[in-house]
Write a protein of this length. Sequence first.
Lengths: 887, 459
Amino acid sequence: MTVTDNKGAVEKGPAAADLVTFTIDGVEMAVPKGTLVIRAAEQVGIQIPRFCDHPLLQPAGACRQCLVDVAMPDREGNVRPMPKPQASCTLEASPGMIVKTQHTSPVADKAQQGVMELLLINHPLDCPVCDKGGECPLQNQAMSNGRATSRFIDVKRTFPKPIAISTEILLDRERCVLCQRCTRFSKQIAGDAFIDLQKRGAQQQIGRFDPSVLGFADSSIDRWDDVDPGLVGAETPAGFAEPDESGLPFASYFSGNTVQICPVGALTGAAYRFRSRPFDLVSTPSVSEHDSSGSAIRVDHRRGTVMRRLAGDDPAVNEEWITDKDRFAFTWQSAPDRLTTPLIRERGEGGFRGELRPASWMEALDAAAAGLRAAQGADGRSAGGVGVLTGGRLTIEDSYAYAKFARVALDTNDIDFRARDHSAEEEAFLASTVAGSGIGVTFADLERASVVLLVGIEAEEEAGIVFLRLRKGALANGLKAYSIAPFATRGLARIGADGGTLLRAAPGTEAEVLDAIGSEEDLAHVRLALEGAAGAGGAIVIVGERLAAVPGGYSAALRLAQRTGARVAWIPRRAGERGALEMGALASVLPGGRPVADAAARVDLAAAWGTPSLPQASGRDTAAILAGLADGDLRAVVTGSVELGDLPDPDAARAALEVADFVVSLEVRASDVTAHADVVFPVAPPAEKAGAFWNWEGRVRPFGQALDSVAMADHRVLDAIADAMGVQLGLGTLDAVRAEIDQLGPWDGARVPAPDVSAHEPPSPVPGQAVLAGWRMLLDCGRGQDGEAFLAGTAKRPVARMSAGTAQALDLPGDGALVAVSTASGSITLPLVVTDMPHHVVWLPLNSPGSQVHRTLGVGPGAIVEVSRPDDGDTRPGSENVEGQDA
Amino acid sequence: MSDQPATTDAPHPTVLAPVLSAFWDADQSWTLETYLANGGYEGLRAALAQPPGDVVQTVKDSGLRGRGGAGFPTGMKWGFLPAPDGGPRYLVVNADESEPGTCKDIPLMLATPQFLIEGVIITSYAIGCNHAFIYVRGEVLHVYRRLLKAVEEAYAAGYLGKDIQGSGFDLDVTVHAGAGAYICGEETALLDSLEGLRGQPRLKPPFPAVAGLYARPTVVNNVESVASVPQIVARGAQWFTSMGTERSAGHGLFSLSGHVTRPGQYEAPLGITLRELLEMAGGVRGGRELKFWTPGGSSTPIFTAAHLDVPLDYESVAKAGSMLGTRALQIFDETTSVVRAVTRWTEFYAHESCGKCTPCREGTYWLKQILRRLELGQGTQTDIDTLLDTCDNILGRAFCALGDGATSCITSAIQYFREEFEAGMHTPVSELFPPERSALFDYTPKPRAVLAGTGAGGH
């Protein structure tokens, strides 16, 4: 195991392609057939100016900035100059071609200068106040390939200043050079076209859906606010947005990329607009903390404040794209509720909790050490013990520290990183199949796959970059996607020109469906597809973490893979889950995939750690730790950035913490665990520490520290607590942790057997009840998005979904009618969108404004809930139902 | 429209050759009945009796070249289609005639639409197409209606539909009206527009012959080219090559417009001269002097009186520095300001630029402003150089040929009439060439709102 190497991650190059030999500026070079001249020029260090060209978008040839002089051999082999300069962004190199760029051809140079002059005649001279000024391709290339002075003395075309495309994206048409990168990105990459060219000639503009421009008869459909939510469907943003190409309000999770690829300052982000100059920014390459893709990002900061984040360029992982959450959601790290000093709570008589008070590090460390030591011992109720809950968002260094802290300092295997629905079956799946398996399925594999089956995961919402890759593979290579889900989302419909195929399944029946592939007649095509592609290594089953809530789900996925030869990829939602698993932050797994139950593995690790032995009693998982706290078997718990709202039953978790004798919390910001903690340690957010995530592929994604900070990473705090307990963990520095992880290496011994749980009978609701379905949206109430109102406006509006039959049985009038979903714990009321999905199922977003399912209902997907018309009789939603929530 | 007799006793070396316009003077010339009475659908009968390959060969042998302007050999274009793969192939007729001066297809479709329909059927048969489209310029509603009626008549008479004339060949024809964009006359923009997309030219390759309409092999032909096919098939390639020159065979409609006594369509063999045509048309209007003229519409460099004897065939016109284009001969007499004429044309190009590529979009916007200044006598010393250099920066740099066309009138006008542009630095055109002098009748112009300053915004 190694922190910095990505051995095995090297992508295999394409098979030796036919090479084409041609000459560019006197340099003879050989490139694969089909290479564009502009790309080939880059390889020999010749930069041809360009605007519309983008390596990841299809050529447009619109801006004409990249003109070069070309001569080609004719049929007899005589090299003849082409009559016109050619756009090098659309011209493929061909054998014997002779290309002269601006460096060697006066014709090309003049052509480029001419185009540049024309581009500038209608471009406003607002560089001094433009966000792009200083990093602007137009500005830079006007310097390098333009005339020093303009001959244009006439009147410039003007437009009113920016249009708000959404709450996040602003469009300044005057600055636009009409390169169509944004429109091509949204059509070709994200598949959610929202702006397009309008009008023509000099009045041509990137535009929104504007009835006054387009001359629509129904000019009342101007702002979507006026539109019946039932009419516009469900996947609409919470905030104001311009209608997209389909006439619906524009909703995209990837719109921020258009701001980054805009070669001028025409598209800007509301959050960053006018905030800083690029030359004042310090950039730190980093990795996004928001999902398990491990997207490369660039953190731009100024005087200790993060000003913006951009997509990094990592062809193996996220190419050049990130989700809007990756890009815009960073203010959570500097939110007002950041913890800055350790806190201690004194307990009164009978465990009565007092107020938290600031304390010195020494005092807090001693208090934590004393409390944990005491809790390890027996009291009247139990033999004592401490559990460790680490959440799923930590770096590998931090997860490793928790794993070692639990085993060495607390002498327990009671550790679990899963702050979500989880099961013993899942633990066996992870320990047997995922942990220590290194890099398995990669993004490139997804792109090249022929067939991908998704189960327990909604790619666009839960792993945006995976979605983009699947879409790319479908469009470029004909990948076929199948999704086992209750309904076909807009995301699934965009995987490929014709969309992915839905294998309709009510929650809880996913395992049955998986098992039925191969035995059921109507699913035979899926089996055939998987088997057909498996031989070529092109069949992949993607399992998401939500499958943990389905008994037999993981087992059925493994059985299917075995039957068909497909490969399995586990794609969790959170950034730290794969790393936590690899680092042993799970009861049955030690670092490197070593099974706790395996004595040899324990001995191996104990030797490495220099401890006489490691605990061998099987540990508790999250649910058991909370139950242990509740019934007194465990006396204390150490938590690492756990959100109670993430847990299947937050109320029960809160009650467990309430009765715990001692709670130590390591957190960036005050949370609902803080309210129950006895000692709270502030830890550093990702921007203020260095570390690494392991993305779902198993690829190590190290990142550097962006901001100077006194905040300490979790591993350093844990090292100090252990020190106060008299245990030397040796994890005080990042280098020490990494060295230790490197030295451990992977486990090559026996593994935990794979689970083989058979599918359970799904719950059967009676009239008035339904089975709950749901997942978390990319943009929701997650605390990682706190403080970013512009981003929150682009989140999808929370709605409830039901089949027409189910809605009818409840006497609901249809789309837009309010429906109440309740349990004994509480009730959620949302507008209904009638959806083609199984009967007796209701779908809710799990953590969106007005729909915080775990928190309010105390149950998760697969549970039986009550559904009804709300009492007030008003079945039309008012705007107050969806607005004004914590954005 | 002028109806000229097929023969004339005037001692002209070249006489008119009315084929498509042969019975435009017939009563209700546009009906199928009239068409049949004048030998209509003989070509189709002949075509259906031979294998499609033979029809293609006949057209190749005839040397018919595209009548839409570029002059690409029609038969060769058909031959570019890949071998049939079982999927659909399309014929698309480009009837989006919208260039200033060009006015041949619209009268043809109005007077004898059945020529086009028969041509469509024969062409479709030759290339293996079962669904042909006619993309008509949207502004000419009367032509659209007439075409619809003609198609209806052809269906009713069994010339369209299933099993045409018992041959087993099926063909459907869709007449589609454009929405008013010059760019949609560019064949790939036309295809995009026909598919319901924004009409902007496509990147080539792939060429339409390989991936055209709906990404299927497609032939895009001009109205006149397709309408010429029936008679070629009926009378043979030799009949066709007996007209015109060796490399510019056959007959073509020459559209005389402007300051000419009898404007109209003059169908003649290629290679006729303007001098001959002008004589047939009664000379320049009012006995005035010819000042300049366009050989093929506003996109072709202008000619002057010095070019009266240039044979109007593809090669000779090109040799003389222009293009035969669409044979739209716009005649301007000496009362006309070339600056004003060029400014109007440039305004057209600025208005019709599709906006896709920088040179055409921004260049025409700039050219228009400079020319408007010159027209007002408010030019600067550098304006002519700027005009020429900007034209140079557009010509051959634009995405499609329409950008090139926008520069032709400016560069050629400066070539022949530079002094008029120089006068634009101090004297308004309205003083040098009072518009009332060009009028057909007594006319006193109203004082026009001064254009200066409003020039830029006037879109």
